[in-house]
Design a protein around this ligand. Structure first.
Ligand code: HEM
Length: 403
């Protein structure tokens, strides 16, 4: 809750943190006890009164905010309100009160109007995005916002936030290194911070992999991240990648490149899902020379110097860790919690399994490509930096591959 919120905005926030969460939790426990956990319409006698209460109360609270008109209380307050409206709309999608393939425009007229007004005025998509539930999820009396009070959802949000913060720390260190240059005496310190941050991301991913229950995640958490309609348009679901840090790392290391149409398409599609400050960081990174290019264009006479030998080794270690975290995301998190869980799903249930929308095999192939760019894999069909990384390795006198 932000201090400068109006009374109607506060009421909506309190409801989202209270009754809304209880209703979702009760509904999700009903679905989870069924033989078919993915069918939300199996027991209308139990679920309808709860979904009706959720829809009507949310609509009444949002209508009051809409009636109040533009009460410009600053970016933070507007962004937080967009999150609450979006969280409500995502829950309506989850319980199939709305369904984008069934409708031409969202039946949630007031919520759509408010979301579009705020989204357009702030320069972001008019839906809830990852930062609303992770990096910009204000805790009240020790509790951050969530759809349900299920342990697995809280764990998922917690570890997504840790992962994002770790990537951001790494990106910050690389961004700070740029104006100093790779030969600067402090470059090694920045690269070491980048390494520590990536090691933390890897540890957090590992914890999430071990502790998250795949059934609960797949049936009770993931469905809240589906695409939904706001007004006439369908907006893809939120995912933990919607922040600039991960791409800043890709671009500044040089493992992914802005001129690669596959990669730039990802960036173009992602901009409005990030906060404006994140958008600015990413635009800036897209214009910079990468560290890999800077190292490879170093004057031949400097290659034997201590700074080059030391910093190139550290740079390669950062690349290796970035690749390791990407492999972990793909081979552990996506594999266990999405791919394996989808094996027994019916075609109808599979249709909307991915947050971004494309069919699962298409999404998996695309994520694999990203992983292969980040690991500089030996692949001829994508602009992997395999050869350039090999070339750099060849310049290091005592290359140590064991991290
Ligand atoms: C249970 C855990 C997780 C699963 C199952 C998972 C799955 C996925 C999937 C399927 C996508 C593709 C987009 C979509 O359809 O949603 C994706 C994107 C992404 N996720 Fe995760 N994820 C998990 C946790 C995390 C964590 C903790 C991070 C760390 C910040 C992360 C970082 C990313 C990034 C950066 C992307 C965008 C694509 C990319 O740049 O690689 N994910 N994730």
């Amino acid at each position: 809750m932000h201090n400068n919120q109006t009374a109607t905005v506060k009421k909506l926030d309190q409801w989202i943190r209270g009754e809304f969460k209880e209703l979702n939790t009760r509904l999700d426990n009903i679905y989870f006890d069924q033989d078919d956990r993915s069918d939300v319409n199996l027991q209308p006698q139990l679920t309808k009164p709860l979904t009706k209460k959720l829809t009507d109360t949310g609509q009444a609270l949002i209508s009051d905010v809409l009636k109040e008109g533009n009460t410009d209380n600053g970016f933070d307050s507007g962004y937080d309100l967009l999150g609450n409206v979006g969280i409500y709309m995502a829950a309506c999608r989850r319980h199939e009160i709305t369904e984008p393939s069934r409708e031409k425009k969202s039946p949630l007229i007031e919520a759509s109007a408010l979301a579009m007004q705020i989204g357009a005025s702030l320069g972001v998509t008019p839906r809830f995005s990852t930062s609303h539930l992770t990096t910009h999820n204000l805790a009240v009396n020790g509790e951050f916002k969530s759809f349900t009070s299920l342990d697995d959802e809280l764990l998922f949000i917690d570890y997504n936030t840790r992962g994002i913060l770790g990537y951001k720390r790494c990106a910050d260190a690389l961004i700070k290194l740029l104006p100093l240059g790779i030969s600067h005496p402090l470059a090694a310190e920045m690269l070491t911070i980048a390494k520590q941050a990536l090691n933390e991301v890897i540890q957090h991913n590992d914890m999430l992999f071990k502790c998250l229950n795949p059934q609960r995640f797949f049936y009770c958490v993931r469905p809240y991240y589906k695409p939904y309609r706001v007004g006439q348009n369908v907006y893809r679901g939120a995912n933990a990648g919607d922040f600039s840090g991960i791409n800043a790392i890709d671009l500044l290391l040089g493992l992914c490149q802005g001129q690669d149409p596959y990669y730039s398409q990802i960036l173009v599609d992602k901009f409005l899902f990030m906060m404006p400050e994140e958008q600015a960081i990413l635009r800036d990174c897209m214009r910079k020379q990468s560290l890999l290019d800077a190292l490879l264009s170093t004057n031949k006479k400097q290659v034997d110097s201590d700074w080059f030998q030391h910093n190139a080794q550290l740079f390669l270690e950062v690349c290796q860790l970035h690749g390791r975290a990407a492999t972990q995301h793909h081979q552990q998190l996506v594999e266990r919690f999405i791919k394996q869980m989808s094996v027994n799903e019916s075609p109808a249930a599979l249709k909307n399994i991915t947050a971004s929308g494309p069919p699962l095999p298409v999404l998996l192939a695309s994520l694999e490509k990203l992983k292969d760019l980040r690991t500089a894999a030996k692949r001829e069909d994508i602009p992997s930096r395999f050869q350039d990384i090999e070339k750099l390795r060849g310049l290091i006198r005592y290359y140590d591959e064991n991290l």
